[in-house]
Structure formats: structure tokens, C-alpha cells
Design a protein around this ligand. Structure first.
Ligand SMILES: [Mg+2]
Length: 306
């Protein structure tokens, strides 16, 4: 019998603000003990898989290989390697993205690159200016992920790659293409990686995440189960805002440990959204973390580019 494969988001699912979410270690231990194939799937394109393995190790989750991480930076490098071998890039991003592109032998080019690639991380106005010039000379705009903002704490957020890409969309009048979750290419490649780890076919795949617009939307569109955990950025009262719905809603991954160990799902894990009336509609104007279709700012091309 083929086993269920798990794709596990990290921030808000495994840890929050450098704190392990209670029960996360036991859940990962259970997956390893029972031999379920699993992959950590993150839209953060700044770290390398090695960085992430070290980070989990410091948090107390041991025995994870760098092969068990798939980031939006790896997804972007896979995409360019597959669709445009020999292309060149101007990169706004950090080590994880630069390393992934380097491993695919994709060269940097600040003069006439095929793409401007935008990832997570800090950016200077000078770098943005150079990227803008590359776009004006015909480069295409690609972002590792669509997150406009990312949580750094309970009360604090930082601008994400989506916001940087939006800056360049406004200045150049070009639309960016967004990889990472919820893009189907991220889930397609993640499923392939799960099969490589499992050394064979994987049965049903369950994506466990805390963000509706990326984790759950992507899972629904890729034909996977979407398990929403409430240990991160989504509150139960906001779930009913969305057209796409999770297969299940859990307090945290701790709710899954017994099921992984015994193979039996319990009723309390069923999504409350499908039982009775579901949660009330929340206040209007709730700001979604990522919504690539939420705005469109066309800008006339400047006269100098005809
Ligand atoms: Mg998350």
C-alpha cells in the first residue's frame, strides 16, 4: 500500500518566532518513525536547505537532511533550468536564491539579463534601480513567491518578495510571474521530490500549512489535501472568507501525531467548516497575506522605449 506523503509548511506550523510550536517535534518524530515521506515546503527564498536543517536542529528537531526541504528559491531555479536553459538573471535576493541559481548554472548578468529575479531579503534603492533598468531593456520579471508581507513575530511583519516585485511592476509597467506557493509548479515539483524521497509512488499528498492563500489554495488546485493549522497566521473566523476551503482544520500539527502513529483518523479532526453552519463571516477589509490578483496598476510605457 502506498503511504500518504506530507508537505509541511514551516513558519506558523513548525515554529513561530524562533520558538518550536508545542508538539511539532513529536509529529516529525512520528513521521520518521513510521516511514512517511515528507518534505518541508517554504516560500522563504532567503535560506538554503542546509541553513534550514541547521535551524531545525537548533530548535530540537534532529535527523533532517537538507534533501527534505523545498524552498521557493529551489522552485525558481528548477523552473528556469527546465523552461529556459542558458538564460541569464539579475537577482535581488539572498544566499538561498543565489546558491540555487548557481547550482543550475544560471549566470548573473547586470547588463542584458533574460530575467530579473526577485526573492526575499533586504534590498537597496540602488539595486532596485538597476533591476528597473534591466526591465526597461527587455528583461522579464520573475518573483520567487507572492508574499507581500511575512510574519516575524506575533505583532510584527516585514515586507516580502511580493512587495518588492510590486515595486518593480509599478515602475516598469511589467507584470511579474510568481513561483512558490500557491503556483502549481511548486506543488508539481514538490510531489516529484516526495516520490524521490519515498523511492517510489506516493499515495495521497497532504499539505499542512497556516496560510489560506498559499498553502491551502495551492493544495486544492493541485488535487492534494489541504490541512489548515491555527498555530500561525490564520484565525478560524477568517476561514469562511475564502472560496477554497481546507480539507481539515487543526489546532496544530500535534493533532496529527496520534493518527500518524496509529493510522486512524479521529472525528474531531474533521473541518468544522463542513459541519453545521461553520464560522461566521469575519469583518470586511481583512488584508490577505498574498493575493497576486488583488491589484492591477497599468502604467503607460515611457516614450523612450517607443
Ligand atoms: Mg506559514
Amino acid at each position: 500500500m502506498t503511504k500518504t506523503g506530507y508537505l509541511i509548511d514551516m513558519d506558523g506550523v513548525i515554529y513561530r518566532e524562533n520558538q518550536l510550536i508545542p508538539g511539532a517535534r513529536e509529529f516529525v518524530d512520528a513521521l520518521q518513525a513510521m516511514g512517511f515521506p515528507f518534505l518541508f515546503l517554504t516560500n522563504n527564498s532567503a535560506p538554503t536547505p542546509e541553513d534550514l536543517a541547521v535551524r531545525l536542529n537548533h530548535l530540537g528537531i534532529q535527523g533532517i537532511s537538507p534533501r527534505q526541504f523545498y524552498t521557493s528559491a529551489l522552485n525558481t531555479a528548477d523552473f528556469l533550468g527546465e523552461t529556459h536553459p542558458g538564460c541569464t538573471v539579475f537577482v535581488i535576493g539572498e544566499g538561498g536564491l543565489l546558491t540555487a541559481l548557481h547550482e543550475h548554472r544560471i549566470a548573473s548578468d547586470a547588463i542584458r539579463p533574460s530575467y530579473v529575479v526577485v526573492g526575499e531579503g533586504s534590498v537597496s534603492m540602488e539595486r532596485l534601480g538597476k533591476a528597473h533598468e534591466c526591465l526597461e531593456r527587455g528583461a522579464r520579471l520573475l518573483a520567487t513567491n507572492p508574499d507581500n508581507w511575512c510574519p516575524v513575530g506575533a505583532e510584527k511583519t516585514r515586507p516580502g518578495a511580493g512587495a518588492t516585485a510590486a515595486f518593480l511592476e509599478a515602475s516598469s509597467g511589467r507584470r511579474a510571474y510568481y513561483l512558490g506557493k500557491p503556483n502549481g509548479y511548486m506543488f508539481h515539483r514538490a510531489r516529484q521530490k516526495l516520490q524521490e524521497l519515498a523511492l517510489g509512488p506516493v499515495g495521497q499528498v497532504a499539505m499542512i500549512g497556516d496560510t489560506m492563500e498559499t498553502d491551502i489554495r495551492g493544495a486544492v488546485e493541485a488535487g492534494m489535501y489541504g490541512y489548515l493549522v491555527l498555530s500561525g497566521s490564520t484565525a478560524l473566523e477568517n476561514v469562511a472568507d475564502y472560496v477554497y476551503q481546507p480539507t481539515r482544520i487543526l489546532q496544530s500539527v500535534a493533532d496529527l501525531t496520534e493518527e500518524v502513529l496509529t493510522g486512524k483518523a479521529s472525528d474531531r479532526l474533521n473541518s468544522p467548516v463542513f459541519a453545521g453552519e461553520g464560522p461566521a463571516i469575519s469583518r470586511p477589509g481583512h488584508r490577505h497575506q498574498t493575493d497576486v490578483f488583488a491589484f492591477h496598476k497599468p502604467r503607460p510605457r515611457p516614450a523612450m522605449t517607443k
